[in-house]
Design a protein around this ligand. Structure first.
Ligand code: SAM
Ligand code: SF4
Length: 458
């Protein structure tokens, strides 16, 4: 396995784009509005732009790009932590070996079902399974619990898409994981800078940089065509990391005909027993995070960007306008804590502690449509098929009505009070569907939902 992240090339690109002129940056921003993405050298220019006028133009263009591809939808999900017993020693993480004394715990199948029921009762339809690298979280275990999650019902509700963020595995195991019906397989490189990576991961299987770098390749080879990448911002220079993410995306696109389905942008949060997490070696300011998200939105316009509850409510509300397309809400990072009131220390501190209903109310007030849609992956619109639809903008004919249908379902089953409050907003959103046939069909499907039908989608 060859390291396809060419560090010298990245440093060279950043050096050549040092102190760019406003004129050059503005031309690149203008070009980005064609929605064809940007080259690494163009991204380096935007990353090196510090002028406030240029930054504001980047933010405006990111907002415009988000609007034209994703409209005013934001997809919601919750992480479900399975285990905090870890064989690794990532120096920034609250789960690392010996980092803290909280009881180590691996959820049993019945406990996973309790957690699932608790999340369904809030209105969730999409879960992200997260686990420390625990040898007990093997393929047999994952098969059993994913089956149990999909079978769990609570009232009208159920989980319709399970995404997974667990340690890398071999192709044979990835094939078994695919057969459980997962959506996306996610894995963050944490830092693409190899020396930094080696220092921060002193022991355990995760100390192998290339094993991690090639995990998404193996998942793709096993037929998992929606993969998610990310880095943990704060560990190394963010400009380097954004360019490395871009090179990773290009590598996947070259090899498998489709880039990553999502990019996550976690920022280091305090974690018990970790000096690095409390005092990040390369702190990223709020302004820096805004720039990261906006530049990524312009660079890879059709790739989903995921924002977690690591960020506080006020900042998250601002970042929604810059290109984020998926967010977690109401998250807990202690295994078992949705269904019981365990006050144990989580993997890291959560900053946005609002409940799912509070986040949804805020989103609707701001004119966003919270979406629980899972229809693309359930109808086979994944990987290259998804991108083929997304690129000419056709995905809007599915996504906007599906977002409205899943939001309506949420309001009927979990938040009738809010439903009354935003009735006019929802009707006006239906009226905005451009295609008359789709608009009429959406209205009739909404009618069916109010009469008790569920899970209607295009
Ligand atoms: N254990 C697996 C792994 O490391 O890939 C899977 C999930 S791990 C629980 C999820 C992610 O949490 C990691 O990839 C890392 O980026 C992030 N993380 C770890 N410590 C963190 C911290 N102190 N602040 C914010 N995110 C953190
Ligand atoms: Fe374990 Fe993942 Fe935390 Fe590393 S980041 S210590 S692998 S849970």
């Amino acid at each position: 396995m060859k390291n396809f992240i060419n560090e010298d090339k990245i440093f060279d690109l950043l050096e050549k784009a040092k102190r760019p002129s406003c004129h050059r940056a503005k031309n690149i921003i203008k070009k980005s509005l064609k929605l064809k993405g940007l080259s690494p050298s163009e991204v380096a220019v935007l990353l090196n732009s510090e002028d406030d006028v240029v930054l504001n133009s980047i933010f405006t263009a990111a907002n415009q790009t988000k609007e034209s591809i994703y409209g005013n939808r934001l997809v919601l999900f919750a992480p479900l932590y399975l285990s905090n017993r870890c064989v690794n020693n990532c120096l920034y993480c609250g789960f690392r070996q010996g980092a803290f004394n909280t009881k180590k715990r691996l959820l049993k199948v019945k406990e996973v079902q309790d957690e699932t029921r608790a999340l369904i009762s809030q209105g969730h339809k999409r879960l992200l399974l997260v686990s420390a690298e625990d040898p007990a979280v093997n393929t047999d275990y994952l098969e059993e619990i994913i089956k149990a999650i999909y079978e769990t019902k609570n009232g009208h509700g159920s989980i319709r898409r399970v995404n997974v963020n667990v340690a890398p595995m071999g192709v044979k195991d990835f094939k078994r994981l695919k057969n459980t019906g997962i959506g996306t397989y996610q894995l963050f490189q944490e830092t693409y800078h190899r020396d930094t990576y080696n220092k921060l991961h002193p022991s355990g299987p995760k100390s192998d940089y290339l094993r991690r770098l090639y995990a998404c390749d193996l998942a793709q080879s096993a037929g998992i065509d929606d993969v998610g990448i990310g880095t943990l911002f704060g560990l190394y220079n963010y400009k380097f990391e954004v360019l490395a993410l871009l090179f990773h995306a290009m590598h996947l696109e070259d090899k498998y005909g489709v880039g990553p389905h999502t990019i996550s942008v976690p920022r280091l949060e305090p974690a018990q027993g970790s000096d690095i997490a409390t005092r990040p070696p390369y702190p990223v300011s709020d302004k820096g995070l805004k720039k990261i998200i906006a530049v990524l939105r312009l660079a890879v316009p059709y790739t989903g960007i995921i924002l977690s509850t690591r960020e506080n409510a006020g900042l998250r509300d601002e970042l929604f306008y810059l290109g984020v397309s998926q967010i977690s809400a109401g998250s807990k990072t202690v295994p078992g804590s949705y269904s019981s009131d365990k006050k144990a220390q989580g993997q890291f501190s959560i900053s946005d502690e609002r409940s799912l209903s509070e986040v949804i109310e805020e989103l609707a007030t701001r004119g966003f449509i919270p979406s629980f849609c899972t229809s693309c992956y359930r109808t086979g619109r994944t990987g290259e098929d998804f991108m083929d639809l997304a690129k000419p903008g056709d995905i809007k004919n599915f996504c906007q009505p599906n977002a409205l249908l899943t939001f309506e379902e949420y309001l009927l089953d979990y938040n009738p009070k809010l439903a009354k409050k935003i009735k006019a907003f929802l009707s006006s959103e239906v009226r905005k569907i451009p295609d008359l046939k789709v608009r009429k069909l959406t209205s009739s499907k909404i009618e069916s939902l109010t009469r008790g039908k569920r899970d209607l989608f295009f």
